[in-house]
Design a binder for this molecule. Structure first.
Ligand code: PLP
Length: 376
């Protein structure tokens, strides 16, 4: 067992695409922070600020942003998407291209613009297509202002070719907004190579952090032009000068953070990211690939239909499969009863192991799944 993940021996955690467990050091960071609050109140506030700066820098490394000034700490992926959607100066007739397979947060926010700004939302169908980027690009026209996609689709596990989309969007002067929650922390990510305009991801999945603290990357070219909709003491340039009556928005991405930070979440996510970056995303990715490969062989052996694409470049940490004859909901329920945490998605069962998932856990999963199927 990995020493950072002393998970109960009766639980096998294959739900990192849902809600991840915390590493030991994250629990310790939160406990230390809680004890400090109890004992010293805000006496060590300066140190808390340093943890926040450190988190911003770790997030910068993780997305390969040019500068930590490009990173804001928000409360969720949905909030980041809303900051983008309600920050753009939409013109009547503009459209947004995304897909039917997106998680609701990355569709609803764009659809919400229809009534207020007359923005059209075009939904590509990525189901079973071999070139999903082409399906998105086919919907683009001269009125397309933004293309929104997940880096990895939450249900099927399909991994998008972000560099291809980024190159296309940049050439067409279309903004590219990436929901990276299903890949950051498991798969290498590069905001610069993918030519992303916006990237957002909450910490509670592959980044092994808590809910309620999200990384938001905004390309510096959009920082001034994105209209601000949330205001407060924290988003101004001279934030600690409370007597000052005039104000301007901070020059860096902190301008998107209107009030007091989520310090509890910041302490937790900083600890989780420090672990991931110490191990290295390349190493993490290698383990994730190997675990997915194991589970893919298992689905083949059991004659299950694999919904996730097979090509390694087309998948990340998710493998979704279904039994074509037996009730997948029942299989899922039985897995859960036996301590195997997974999810029901895309009409099948979604397994999402992380880098530390042990071979022993995968073998136990294999035996359990086979027994359940044979018993139905
Ligand atoms: C692709 C994707 N985007 C967004 C979300 C929701 O993120 P948040 O709760 O941070 O808004 C999820 C959650 O499952 C998701 O899978």
């Amino acid at each position: 067992m990995h020493s950072e993940f002393p998970i109960d021996k009766n639980v096998i955690h294959l739900n990192h695409a849902g809600l991840a467990p915390w590493p030991k050091r994250t629990v310790e960071a939160v406990s230390r922070f809680a004890r400090e609050n109890m004992t010293f109140g805000s006496h060590r506030y300066q140190r808390w600020m340093e943890i926040e700066d450190s988190l911003r820098e770790l997030a910068r490394c993780l997305v390969n942003a040019h500068s930590a000034d490009d990173i804001a700490l928000l409360k969720s992926t949905s909030e980041g998407l809303s900051v983008v959607a309600y920050g753009i100066d939409w013109q009547p007739g503009d459209n947004v291209v995304t897909s039917r397979q997106e998680f609701p947060s990355n569709r609803i926010v764009w659809e919400s613009l229809r009534g207020r700004y007359g923005v059209e939302v075009r939904l590509a169908d990525l189901d079973r297509v071999t070139k999903p980027e082409d399906a998105l690009i086919a919907l683009v026209d001269n009125n397309t202002r933004l293309l929104a996609t997940s880096s990895v689709q939450y249900a099927s596990g399909l991994r998008m070719d972000l560099e291809r989309l980024g190159t296309f969007c940049r050439a067409q002067r279309i903004m590219l907004c990436i929901d990276a929650i299903q890949s950051l922390g498991a798969v290498p990510f590069d905001a610069q190579k993918s030519k992303a305009d916006f990237v957002v991801a909450d910490g509670h999945k592959w980044m092994l952090g808590p809910e309620g603290v999200a990384i938001f990357y905004c390309h510096p070219r959009h920082r001034d032009s994105l209209r601000l909709n949330q205001f407060g003491w924290h988003m101004v340039a001279d934030r600690h000068n409370y007597d000052r009556m005039d104000w301007s928005a901070a020059a860096d991405a902190r301008r998107f953070e209107c009030g007091s930070p989520n310090s509890l979440g910041v302490h937790a996510l900083q600890a989780s990211l420090s672990l991931l970056l110490e191990i290295g995303i390349e190493t993490i990715h290698k383990n994730v690939v190997s675990n997915i490969q194991y589970l893919n062989e298992l689905t083949d052996y059991l004659g299950l239909e694999c919904i996730t694409p097979r090509h390694q470049n087309r998948r990340a940490g998710i493998i979704t499969f279904r039994h074509t004859d037996k009730d997948n909901r029942t299989i899922y329920k039985r897995l859960k009863e036996q301590g195997i945490l997974c999810a029901l998605r895309a009409g099948g069962i979604r397994f999402s192991p992380h880098f530390y998932t042990s071979r022993d856990d995968l073998e136990r999963t294999s035996d359990t799944l086979e027994n359940i199927i044979n018993s139905l």
